[in-house]
Design a protein around this ligand. Structure first.
Ligand SMILES: Cc1ncc(COP(=O)(O)O)c(C=O)c1O
Length: 383
């Protein structure tokens, strides 16, 4: 047989060429072994091994919930594991209708997908394309620039204010006829700052109606000033999308379920761009069950908020100044010292997320993980 001549496939050139594939943090793969249950985070693992050794690093770099899945969810996962030979419902109808009923939306206004990252991609694919622009605050969720580029559009990052908040006036200044969407995030990842309601309404009143505002509410349940059942924004503003997830407060990050509420004009289009069968049977059931566990959720949120307050005040007592946070993480605006803090944390046996030059994001974790953060803070400040 004669050798075939091999040529390179030809790819379309796009905004995507500037990016590499999404990668959360250095430690994401390693966490598999060390994270996941409270036991491995805080007790047995630490007793057996010395802090600082690779297998014992506790991971506070991914904004995961530090609590194990709810018992009702674990039961449902056991049952659905026996049905993995079957496809899930491609429309995730039960989840969609349950979400709509639970939060007071119409099913038509509800979109579900594989994580809110997946739903964001679905939205961007129908809202923006080549030649268009999408605005977002920066630093922000790392996936924004990549997902915007997947749509073909150009991402326009707008720096946060010095207090870690959205520069709403700066975002409005950058709106032009090519702008299709603006992504807002409240509470914001990575700073934990919320957008005050009055400021948000003022922004939406000034935003031209051809621009869709995607309000990323991934961490909203941790924000005591938010009511997830209040969907007034989509009633008042047909160009607003509320983007949410089961990954954070509900603790289902590994199952990949996200959702959005929007006007039916937007939602009907976003439903078309979902990857078929991407919400799995296990994910759908676990999400539906989770919605019914209101008192468990409230208890968990209270725990996270209490631990967040403790972490902030303990860091403050050492002389560091974390920003006020409405999410399940805190932000230390350490500027050029951020990498040095992250290195001290690793030495103390805990991984945090450094945004080089800006700050350090520390997820709320177990008491043992916080103890190590405080050791790191002492080490960091001793230089
Ligand atoms: C602000 C924000 N939005 C969305 C997501 C994506 O979450 P998921 O795709 O798990 O729903 C994250 C994940 O960290 C996030 O920080």
């Amino acid at each position: 047989m004669t050798a075939r001549q091999v040529t390179q496939p030809s790819f379309r050139t796009s905004e995507l060429d500037r990016f590499s594939a999404y990668r959360a943090t250095e430690g994401t793969e390693a966490t598999e072994a060390t994270q996941g249950t409270e036991a491995t985070q805080g007790t047995e693992a630490t007793e057996a091994t010395e802090p600082g050794r690779a297998e014992d690093i506790l991971d506070l770099s991914n904004n995961e919930l530090m609590l194990p899945p709810l018992p009702a969810v674990v039961d449902s996962l056991r049952r659905s594991s026996l049905q993995v030979n079957l496809y899930p419902d491609p429309t995730a109808r039960v989840l969609k209708t349950t979400l709509a009923r639970h939060f007071g939306a119409e099913t038509e206004e509800t979109v579900v997908g594989p994580g809110s990252g997946g739903v964001l991609q679905q939205l961007l694919l129908v809202l923006a394309g080549r030649g268009d622009e999408v605005l977002h605050a920066w630093p922000g969720f790392d996936a924004y620039p990549l997902l915007i580029a997947v749509s073909g559009a150009k991402g326009v990052p707008v720096p946060l204010t010095t207090t870690g908040e959205h520069d709403l006036a700066g975002l409005l200044e950058r709106v032009n006829p090519r702008t299709r969407a603006v992504i807002l995030c409240s509470p914001h990842n990575p700073t934990g700052r919320r957008i005050p309601t009055g400021d948000l309404l003022g922004f939406l009143d000034s935003l031209p109606s051809h621009v869709v505002a995607i309000l990323d509410q991934a961490y909203m349940e941790f924000d005591e000033e938010e009511d997830p059942h209040d969907l007034g924004l989509i009633r008042e503003y047909p160009n607003v999308v509320l983007l949410r997830t089961f990954s954070k407060a509900y603790g289902l990050a590994g199952l990949r379920v996200g959702y959005a509420f929007a006007s039916s004009e937007i939602a009907v289009r976003a439903r078309k761009t979902v990857i078929p069968f991407s919400v799995t049977r296990s994910g759908e059931r676990a999400a539906v069950i989770s919605l019914a566990q209101e008192s468990d959720l409230a208890e968990r949120l209270a725990t996270v908020r209490r631990m967040r307050a403790d972490l902030r005040s303990d860091l403050g007592a050492q002389g560091l100044v974390p920003l006020p946070s409405s999410a399940n993480f805190v932000w230390l605006p350490l500027g050029p010292d951020s990498d040095r803090f992250a290195a001290a944390a690793l030495r103390a046996g805990v991984r945090v997320r450094s945004y080089s030059g800006d700050g350090v994001r520390i997820s709320v974790g177990t008491e043992e993980a916080h103890r190590r953060v405080l050791i790191a803070a002492k080490d960091f400040l001793s230089v």
